[in-house]
Design a protein around this ligand. Structure first.
Ligand SMILES: Nc1ncnc2c1ncn2[C@@H]1O[C@H](COP(=O)(O)OP(=O)(O)OP(=O)(O)O)[C@@H](O)[C@H]1O
Length: 271
């Protein structure tokens, strides 16, 4: 699809963009009138795992928040499956950055996961056993069913992350936006999350994931968006995740780059 079609109104644009999970066109976002992302444009393909890669402060979280209308756009537009985010928000699941959650909120893990079902339950109707059973099933799938009744502040970082992943799973969305799901989790949790992302992809879901560990990018993601205020490049990981592009994205932070380049070199040798 030509991304410029994204500027058409929803009703004219449905047929051409219906299967494109997300189109971002010329998006600029500012805090206190100071732009932090500039003219960001990209489409993402359906049924893929897509990494958003860039240094601290590059605007990655801001991009996800602007996509979901959590912060205002200075300019530009976003389409989710060919319509505005508001029209298709029920098709989007969000896994927030762990630091942005108020862990003292008096709810347990099962309550948090059940919140993922509120579009079905409705905000006023009682939560029924069938809903709790589904939430338990999701907690079981992410391996923490034993912690269902524990207050969320008393969960470990990895268990908290798994809880939010379970909430996204019960929502049964088509597009997932995940803000650093691998941050500060142990190797077992990381493996469990990767497994779930793969299963999501196999069932046709698309996940857009903010990720910091350059060494695992080629293994985890089919497609990458390199961001540093602007989109440096985006496309298939094999084409875009190159030392030259990483240099452009990270500038002088060479230690990271050297590690990533070395990983890519080793991977190429083992093929
Ligand atoms: N609420 C806010 N008010 C003002 N400035 C903000 C706000 N949130 C973020 N910023 C600034 O916007 C820029 C982009 O921040 P953002 O959190 O989107 O980056 P990021 O790429 O997700 O960073 P990190 O990898 O460190 O999480 C940063 O310079 C940050 O300081």
């Amino acid at each position: 699809m030509n991304i410029s079609e994204s500027s058409l109104p929803d009703q004219q644009n449905d047929a051409s963009t219906a299967e494109i999970p997300l189109s971002v066109y010329d998006l600029t976002v500012a805090y206190h009138r100071k732009p932090v992302i500039w003219d960001v444009s990209f489409d993402i393909p359906p049924g893929k795992l897509i990494g958003i890669i860039g240094p601290n402060g590059a605007g990655k979280s801001t991009l996800l928040k602007a996509i979901m209308d959590l912060i205002p756009k200075a300019s530009g537009r976003v389409q989710v499956f060919g319509k505005s985010y508001q029209k298709n928000r029920q098709r989007v699941g969000y896994v927030p950055q762990r630091e942005s959650v108020d862990w003292d909120f008096p709810v347990d893990a099962l309550d948090v996961v059940t919140m993922g079902l509120y579009k079905e339950i409705g905000w006023c109707l009682p939560v029924r056993k069938k809903h709790k059973d589904r939430a338990m099933e999701a907690l079981n799938r992410v391996g923490i069913a034993d912690y269902a009744r524990r207050q969320i502040s008393q969960l470990s970082g990895g268990q908290q992350q798994r809880t939010f992943l379970a909430r996204a799973l019960v929502q049964n969305a088509d597009l997932y936006l995940m803000d650093e799901p691998f941050a500060a989790v142990d190797a077992a949790t990381e493996k469990a999350i990767v497994q779930i992302l793969q299963e999501m992809k196999e069932s046709g879901k698309t996940a857009l994931v903010i990720h910091h560990d350059l060494q695992t990018v080629p293994e985890y993601f089919d497609y990458v968006i390199l961001l540093n205020m602007r989109v440096i490049d985006h496309g298939l990981t094999a084409d875009v995740f190159t030392p030259e592009n990483l240099q452009k994205t990270y500038g002088g932070r060479l230690t990271l780059l050297e590690e990533a380049t070395e990983t890519m070199r080793r991977r190429e040798q083992s093929l």
